[in-house]
Design a protein around this ligand. Structure first.
Ligand code: ZN
Length: 420
């Protein structure tokens, strides 16, 4: 029996402005925060954080980045240890971390870090922080959420599954996640603090259509405000999900079993081309863990997302005279490479970010060689700027019916391995 909340609440709403034949939606999330005064456009990405702040960036440096997402994702793994301090502080996680993002979204796991498998059971799930493993049961989980006071929070879930899992394991993953959800809904209904927070239900079921359908139907029947889809890769973050047989089919099937009036979130779809594929099937909200992962490897995004005006020839044709470069995949470059040691151009000519307008490839190459932390500061600024800009262009391409053109243009850049 599902009780309705005793406390009145502002409900997050998802309004669709346009739907593609493939299932993708151009949408608006209104009343997105606890105060009900934030509106977000989808498709969108969230701001990836490490321990409650943008990786490598002070709050002042983050202000130098354009189009910073309004939703900041903070994983419990990094922060659960501090919940008593945050509770004592008494003003929730946003004030505690001094982040200016109006929407704070707590998730279980750091989207950039691999997760050790086999640590969940019927009593709870394991998350990882600096101090190691933390085991959460629903009671501790809700205590933490009450002290953090997030605008959105992911329900506790057992997403420790992948393509190798048999039916028995998948049934267990779906059952556990639903049992956790029931306990969370019951506790949330009794919590005045969390009455204005949006609860994100989690869809499991690995690569089984039967279990995905069951997980979707049962989660939809509970009072959740959005959906997070996981359970495809057992926390192994180096997988391109679209390269796995049947992934596209299963994701599409899962999305068809979710209602259209609530946002769908995926944290493990990363590169711009993967984002476009998942968006086309109906995913609305993505993580910005990808630019962070590139930064940690010394890689810089150099893709061009801006479509030329319809009257001009495609930009790529104008550039194909450039030599082939085997160290790039056409979408990013590796600034560790000695070929940049005397390259006094910016990371990406034309990029308006703070790193590109003030520093050269040669200088960042030198910083990487000498292991100076400034290299990661500058790369974070550039990669975030480019990734956030991609979402701007993605929405523009949808509004002007040019999504396929953008996808083709990015595929050509990926395949060309252009020298940049
Ligand atoms: Zn830049």
């Amino acid at each position: 029996m599902l009780a309705t909340s005793f406390f009145g609440s502002i409900k997050m709403k998802f309004i669709i402005e346009k739907t593609l034949a493939t299932g993708g939606r151009l949408g608006i999330i209104s009343q997105a925060n606890r105060q009900g005064n934030v509106t977000l456009e989808t498709p969108m990405c969230t701001l990836f954080t490490k321990g409650g702040s943008a990786p490598h960036l002070s709050i002042d440096m983050l202000r130098r980045v354009a189009h910073v997402p309004e939703v900041a994702v903070m994983s419990l793994g990094a922060l659960a240890d501090h919940h008593e301090t945050v509770a004592e502080f008494g003003k929730g996680l946003r004030e505690f971390t001094a982040m200016s993002n109006p929407v704070i979204f707590t998730t279980l796991h750091d989207a950039s870090a691999a997760i050790s498998p086999g640590k969940n059971d019927n009593s709870g799930v394991a998350v990882w922080g600096k101090g190691g493993k933390i085991k959460l049961d629903t009671s501790l989980f809700m205590k933490i959420q009450e002290s953090f006071c997030p605008d959105w929070f992911q329900a506790m879930s057992d997403g420790d599954t992948d393509v190798s899992c048999g039916n028995k394991r998948l049934v267990k993953s779906v059952d556990r996640t639903l049992d956790f959800l029931d306990e969370i809904v019951e506790a949330k209904n009794k919590s005045e603090v969390l009455s204005k927070s949006s609860l994100i239900g989690v869809i499991e079921g690995g690569f089984s259509e039967t279990q995905r359908k069951r997980s979707a139907a049962e989660t939809v029947a509970r009072p959740v405000d959005g959906f997070l889809i996981e359970g495809f890769e057992k926390g192994n973050r180096d997988v391109d999900l679209f390269s796995l047989p049947d992934f596209t089919k299963i994701l599409s099937f899962t999305l068809e079993h979710l209602p259209t009036d609530k946002p769908r979130i995926m944290e493990t779809v990363w590169s711009p081309l993967q984002v476009i594929k998942a968006f086309k099937l109906g995913v609305d909200v993505f993580s910005s863990a990808y630019p962070h992962i590139l930064t940690e490897k010394g890689l810089a995004l150099v893709s061009d997302y801006s479509l030329p005006p319809l009257s001009q020839p495609a930009k790529l044709e104008l550039q194909t005279a450039n030599a082939k470069n085997e160290e790039t995949n056409g979408l990013y470059i590796d600034l560790h490479n000695s070929r940049y040691s005397e390259d006094f151009g910016s990371i990406l000519p034309g990029c308006s970010c703070y790193a590109c307008t003030n520093f050269t490839r040669a200088y960042i190459h030198h910083l990487l060689k000498t292991k100076e932390l400034l290299a990661f500061v500058l790369l974070t600024i550039h990669n975030f700027h480019q990734y956030f800009e991609f979402f701007q262009h993605l929405r523009l391409s949808l509004k002007s019916d040019r999504l396929n053109e953008l996808e083709d243009y990015l595929s050509q850049q990926l395949n060309s391995g252009l020298d940049r």
